[in-house]
Design a protein around this ligand. Structure first.
Ligand SMILES: [Zn+2]
Length: 239
């Protein structure tokens, strides 16, 4: 095989590998991000719940104050009872007492309702805190795994960069310019294999004459349709 073509194939494979590293790293980071997002959502729910619990507690305090006011009122009514002058006054006082007692029973019901609400909100809070703890534990584990994988990817990347720069040291300048010109539009498919007599860049069938030249591999052959550099992969590799 033409030496320049061999170099071009190698260079193109390095370049393809290099552009794959960043998406691989992003994919690893995305795995972690999903868990972090879930944890953030749980934290937000916990904060909302704290606010709701505070609100219930403040309502309960207000009801307690109201209740003690009503009890004072009842005491006053009891005192007034002793000084009642006539039937009319007595009836008015009894009505006042009835209303106060009714309000007391409403306030007590409301306190009971608020207490039940606090219990259920506290339970929900504990559930969420447990869930958050699990999630944070998972995040720690995934963080370690993701860091390890990213480190491996970076090691691979450094090794490929190293090999690429070694290859470029003895690379023909004209060939490199030629390659980079194609790469500008073809990106990572500047050098493509021919499979089933078709260019694997544009997927068009190539004519017999060009195909024969590709198989001979004595010269650098471009795809007659798209201009990419063509080569024939080893049969075993192709299989
Ligand atoms: Zn082509």
């Amino acid at each position: 095989m033409n030496k320049y073509l061999q170099d071009l194939i190698k260079l193109s494979k390095f370049d393809t590998a290099i552009s794959m590293f960043e998406p691989k790293i992003e994919k690893e980071k995305a795995k972690l991000a999903t868990f972090v997002e879930t944890a953030e959502a749980i934290k937000a729910s916990i904060n909302t719940l704290y606010l709701e619990i505070d609100d219930v507690k403040s309502k309960r305090t207000k009801n307690n104050i109201h209740l003690s006011e009503l009890k004072t009122k009842l005491d006053n009514i009891a005192k007034k009872n002793k000084d009642v002058a006539n039937d009319k006054e007595l009836k008015a006082l009894q009505l006042e007492e009835e209303i106060a007692k009714e309000q007391i029973s409403f306030a007590n019901e409301e306190i009971e309702r608020l207490d039940n609400l606090t219990v259920s909100k506290d339970e929900r809070l504990k559930e969420l805190q447990a869930k958050l703890a699990v999630e944070e534990e998972d995040i720690k584990e995934i963080q370690v795994a993701v860091d390890n994988i990213i480190e491996e990817i970076n090691n691979d990347r450094n090794s490929v960069y190293q090999q690429r720069s070694e290859l470029l040291e003895k690379f023909d300048n004209k060939i490199l310019t030629f390659y980079e010109k194609i790469k500008r539009w073809a990106k990572d498919s500047a050098v493509v294999p021919v499979k089933k007599q078709a260019c694997y860049g544009c997927f068009m069938k190539i004519n017999d004459k060009t195909y024969a030249e590709v198989i001979k591999a004595e010269e650098i052959v471009n795809c007659p349709h798209c201009g990419r550099i063509l080569y024939k992969e080893d049969e075993e590799k192709e299989a």
